[in-house]
Ligand binder design. Structure first.
Ligand code: ACO
Length: 329
């Protein structure tokens, strides 16, 4: 048994916010943002566009690429920490918007920026061990602009909105299996360095919390940077060791697009040449759970990957969570 990718899709909102635009909003500069993060612009959803709308467009593209209809799906997982609402799951809302009428299973996955990798792993298990589940839609979708404090220059320059979707199918042909190895990790001891304080049971949303912008993302940047690099590198090395594959055999390293300096540090420590590290952080910023999927869709549509190529995905996010997945395309 195994799974294969039969289609990818992505969507980013029309509106583009450039570093020059941000210069007019907070005390920052294109030069500071570019040298510290590599980000030049990011896409921002319209006020009336919610996370499931972004997920819908990416999912339609992925289904079209896979050549299947909504009712061919046996399950939908949406990875996001900017869900439409706390209840119901955004995956259920997406199911309705996609017009899936077969009552397939739906649930959301919250592992911040590692969400897509967590969701791929769960889908892999379900596709392999549940005979009634043959095709699953895995989506990473975020409207991060909704939880950004647009007066806080230390975070507002980093994030963007977007969605990406992957259709996975079970296969009896082990040669077709795209999951070569994977590992996931988390360390709740660092839950305070990347968080949205208000909106849950710990701190319900009150007027006071809103006035203090406690509904927005708070981050200790330097601590996050250090932990991101160390954990992604260790996770990638484990995925390679477990598979008996060397970094030289990997066609593409696809890290979560947090910022250019993190990507470069991970690549250097893995001894991966920069030209084989896929990057689009300059155009989209950090789109959290969507970022790796945005890369994969560009790579698939641009024919940058061929069947049999090794592609190493790695992510890191709030929680803290991290992981690596070695794919054979
Ligand atoms: N423009 C201009 N100056 C700024 C800006 C800005 N946008 N932001 C911060 N500064 C200032 C600070 O106030 C500080 O000034 P000071 O020295 O007078 O106090 C100075 O720049 C340096 O600030 P640092 O925070 O030390 O800057 P650093 O070099 O660490 O870069 C950054 C900040 C880019 C956030 C970096 O720490 C980083 O990349 N961290 C990782 C963040 C990340 O990737 N998070 C996401 C992962 S998980 C998830 O996606 C949910």
């Amino acid at each position: 048994m195994g799974i294969r990718i039969i289609g990818t899709g992505s969507y980013t909102p029309e509106k583009v916010l450039t570093n020059q635009d941000l210069e007019k909003m907070v005390e920052t500069s294109d030069e500071w943002i570019t040298t510290r993060t590599g980000i030049k612009e990011r896409h921002i959803a319209a006020d009336n566009q919610i996370t499931s709308d972004l997920a819908l467009e990416a999912s339609k593209n992925a289904l079209e690429a896979a050549g299947i209809g909504p009712d061919d799906l046996d399950g939908i997982i949406v990875a996001s920490f900017t869900v439409d609402q706390l209840l119901p799951a955004t995956s259920c809302i997406l199911q309705q918007k996609l017009g899936v009428s077969n009552k397939c299973l739906c649930f959301d996955m919250q592992a911040a920026c590692s969400g897509l990798l967590y969701a791929i792993n769960v889908a892999d298990s379900m596709l392999n061990f549940n005979p009634g589940i043959n095709r699953m839609l895995v989506v990473g979708a975020e409207k991060l602009s909704s939880i950004v404090d647009w007066t806080d220059r230390t975070t507002c320059v980093l994030f963007g909105d977007g969605a990406a979707a992957i259709v996975l199918e079970s296969t009896n042909d082990t040669d077709e299996d795209c999951m070569v190895s994977s590992n996931l990790g988390a360390d709740g001891n660092y839950s305070n360095i990347l968080q949205i304080p208000a909106g849950g049971t710990a701190m319900p949303m009150t007027k006071d919390a809103l006035d203090q912008k406690l509904n927005c993302i708070k981050m200790e940047g330097q601590e996050t940077f250090k932990l991101a690099v160390g954990n992604m590198v260790a996770s990638c090395k484990k995925a390679l060791d477990d598979a008996g594959v060397t970094i030289d055999q990997v066609k593409w390293l696809v890290p979560h697009q947090a910022n250019y300096r993190i990507l470069k540090a991970v690549a250097t420590r893995l001894k991966m040449p920069e030209e084989r590290v896929y990057m689009n952080v300059d155009r989209f910023g950090n789109t959290s759970a969507a970022s790796i999927g945005l890369c994969l869709d560009e790579m698939a549509r641009g024919e940058l990957v061929q069947r049999g190529d090794y592609v190493l995905l790695t992510a890191f996010g709030g929680g803290l969570t991290w992981g690596a997945v070695l794919l054979r395309w």
